[in-house]
Design a protein around this ligand. Structure first.
Ligand SMILES: [Zn+2]
Length: 166
């Protein structure tokens, strides 16, 4: 399987784009708006799961803060296709060890079991089906990315507000 290349350095253009959205990126997994969207999805998922569960979906390790967790895919990001790449139930808070495919070949078994506990067998079967049948969709246009980025920024803000009111 081809691994996703992690881009640590950003171009000046990427940085200016992130600034326009008021987003600060520490690394770029993808270029341009896709990189910004992934950064936001990752943050949303990690906050969501830290406050709801507080543990790694695969091994159950407890996190002290949301920043310790990573946004780990169930159907792997490298070959799951665009429909599953940003599917919020396909991505869950996971520890760095379990999220490393080199050292965690067996993690998918407990990951799946816990995913069923969280969302139900029917939903996980849907993910399985989409993955095995390579259900996909066309990647968003720049305009669609822009819309989705703004939507997700609002969603994270709402989540932050809800958490601070608790
Ligand atoms: Zn783990």
């Amino acid at each position: 399987m081809r691994r996703t290349k992690w881009k640590k350095g950003a171009t000046a253009k990427d940085k200016a784009l992130a600034e326009e959205y008021g987003v600060k990126l520490t690394y770029w997994r993808y270029k341009g708006r896709k990189g910004i969207y992934w950064h936001l999805v990752s943050q949303y998922i990690r906050k969501r799961d830290f406050y709801k569960y507080g543990t790694c979906i695969s091994c159950g390790k407890k996190f002290d803060k949301w920043e310790q967790s990573q946004a780990g895919h169930y159907a792997p990001a490298g070959n799951c296709g665009f429909a599953l790449l940003f599917d919020e139930r396909n991505i869950n808070g996971e520890c760095a060890a379990c999220n490393n495919p080199v050292f965690s070949s067996g993690k998918l078994i407990p990951y799946r079991a816990n995913l069923v506990k969280r969302y139900g067998e029917r939903h996980v079967k849907k993910l399985d089906k989409e993955y095995s049948e390579k259900v996909t969709m066309k990647e968003w246009s720049q305009g669609e990315y822009d819309k989705e980025i703004k939507k997700l920024i609002r969603k994270i803000k709402k989540l932050d507000e809800a958490l601070h009111n608790n």
